[in-house]
Structure formats: structure tokens, C-alpha cells
Design a binder for this molecule. Sequence first.
Ligand SMILES: O=c1[nH]cnc2c1ncn2[C@@H]1O[C@H](CO)[C@@H](O)[C@H]1O
Length: 362
Amino acid sequence: MAGVTSRAVFTKPKVELHCHLDGAIRLKTILHFAKKRKIQIPAENEDELHKLITCSKPSTLTEVLSKFSYYMPVIAGDREAIQQIAYELAEDKAKEGIVYLEARYSPHYLANCNVHPIPWGQTEGDVSPDEVVHLVNQGFQRGQCDFGIKVRSILCCIRHMEAWSLEIVELCQKYRNAGVVGIDLAGDELMDAESHPGHVQAYEMAVKCGIHRTVHAGEAGPASVVREALEIFKSERVGHGYAIISDPVLYKEILEKKIHIEACPQSSVLTGACDPDFTKHPVVTFKKDKANFSLNTDDPLIFGSTIYTDYNIAAEHMTFTEGDFMEMNLNAATSSFLCPKEKENLLNYLKRKYGMAQDVCY
Ligand SMILES: O=c1[nH]cnc2c1ncn2[C@@H]1O[C@H](CO)[C@@H](O)[C@H]1O
């Protein structure tokens, strides 16, 4: 497995489509709000917090997801904290050369009222999932102005919290002109979709309302979860999707339909989804077969990474060239959930920066 490194391999403008806002918080910010809100966490400084939260060895998705419970009580239910993590993510990603980011999160996991059960053992407060979306939008909006990055949000349904899903699609509708561009389904994908009609209903409504859809599938789970994501949830993109390699019929279909796969190399090894030998990683096959995919960080706080960690892995172990990175980023832009006009502007901007003509401003 490659060590964490921040050496810049591809310094041109980049697009990132799969990054969890709540998996991308600064250690300093967690410590700041723990102190400010007098919330006890089992770490007193950045080193201790890093040791507690960051995975350095291959583990399991369940173990990775358990890390959130150490710090989410510090951020959830606090207006200033919620707005600040969004603002800081825009800054961090702009510094990494990301010009367009789709950040995802569960509004319910950051709320402390109008949510059942109230997450993270919080006592009831007055920050609802609806207000969380408003606060995150404001944070991103400020970040966009200050750091010259475009940020859009994807709202996550959570597999084992089916009762939250209809509200997610309603929030996607309500805030579609304020920065929310899509719906996702995150969490433990081993739970069967058909026995969870709440998610299916939410996705049906998303289709009806023209809300863009992605689903975490084929990460810890088998290829059948990816098929379900495409056929039942009508997902336009697949989060992770590594398991498709094991189902040649499905894989062929995905290649033919150019369905976008949001790959996260560093994450895939630390969650135990993929073999630690990156030379045998599904992304190597995706590149060889000219699949439509992107490279993403997923949860940089938990994986101790930046976008350069994933790009370095691709360059050092998967033979990615500058041309491969450019092509992959153009695919990401094409498969983004931006409206057609903004997508065209983004593509023209990237092509110009990549020296592929097109003299149009972004
Ligand atoms: O790699 C992943 N697979 C599935 N779910 C994830 C992953 N990373 C984070 N989350 C889940 O998505 C929620 C919203 O951002 C997070 O709170 C976490 O529970």
C-alpha cells in the first residue's frame, strides 16, 4: 500500500465528485468546538485525535464508519460549527487545485431536532435537518467567494435510517437552486433495497422531480448491490463500485452505458474493499477499458489523505500519465450533476487549462 504523501503529481485544475463533508473536517476544528462547547472527546491535541480517528491500516467499512461517532457530537447541532466545516472544506479543496467539488453529507446526522432518533447521543436542541442544509449552503457560498472554487452538495440517505429518506428528497427539491444538486445513499450497503421501501420511494420521487442520483454500491457489498442501484434506484453514477469487476455482464453494461464510477483508491484499501496491491486495483481495469470514472478522497479526515494521495497512488502504481488525469477529470466534469450550461462552462475551462483549445471563460 502506498504511504500518505502530498507530493503534487497533477497540479492542473481538478474535479472531485465523491467527498463526505463530515469525513473531511479539520482536526483543529474538532478540537476547537469540543473546547468551546465543553464536549468531552478522548483526545486532547491534534496528534491524539489523529491517532484516534485516522485509519492507517486496512480495516473494514464498519470500523471506518464507527470513527464518525468520536467527533460528530462536537459538530452536530452547532450552527457555527456546521457553517465553518463547509467553509473550510471549500478552502482546503481549493488549495488542492479542485475547481469543482460535489460534497455530500447527511443533514440528519448534523441536526439535533426534527430527527428521530437524535443522533450521537445529543440532547434535543433547535437545529433541524432543513436548517443544516441552509447552513452548509451558506458555508459553501462564502467559501466559493473567498477561494474561487465551485461547490455543490449531494444529500445522503442513510441505509439503516430509512425513515429519513423522504425528507432528503424534499430537501433536495427545496434547495435545488441554492447549491444542492443530487441525492445519495450511504452507509451499510449490505441492507437489501427491496426490503427498505423508504429509500426506493425517495429515489422514485427524485426521478420524478429530475433530481440527480448516485448510490454507494459495490464497495463492501457485491455486484448485485450495483445492479440494484442502477435498476431499482435509477442511479446515474455509482459510489465506489469496485465489485462490478466480478460480474462481466454488468461491467460490460456499465462500460457501454458510460455509467460514471466514483472511485476512491486510498479509501478502498483502508475500508478493506480492495486488495492493498494497487497494481491489481479495479481502477487499473477501469483505465484499461476506458471506463467513465473519477478519482476521489471519500473521507480525507479518516484516511489521512488529500486528493494528491489518490493521484499519487494512480501515478505510482496504476501508470497514470498527465493525459490520463486530464481525460479522467473531463469524464468527471461530464458526469457531474451541474446543469448543462454550468457543465459546459466547466468543461471549456478545463479544456483551456489543459491546453485543448476552447477559448471560453469559466
Ligand atoms: O465509504 C463510505 N461508504 C459508505 N458510507 C460512508 C462512507 N464514508 C462515509 N459514509 C457515510 O456517509 C455519511 C454522510 O456523509 C457519513 O456520516 C457516513 O456515515
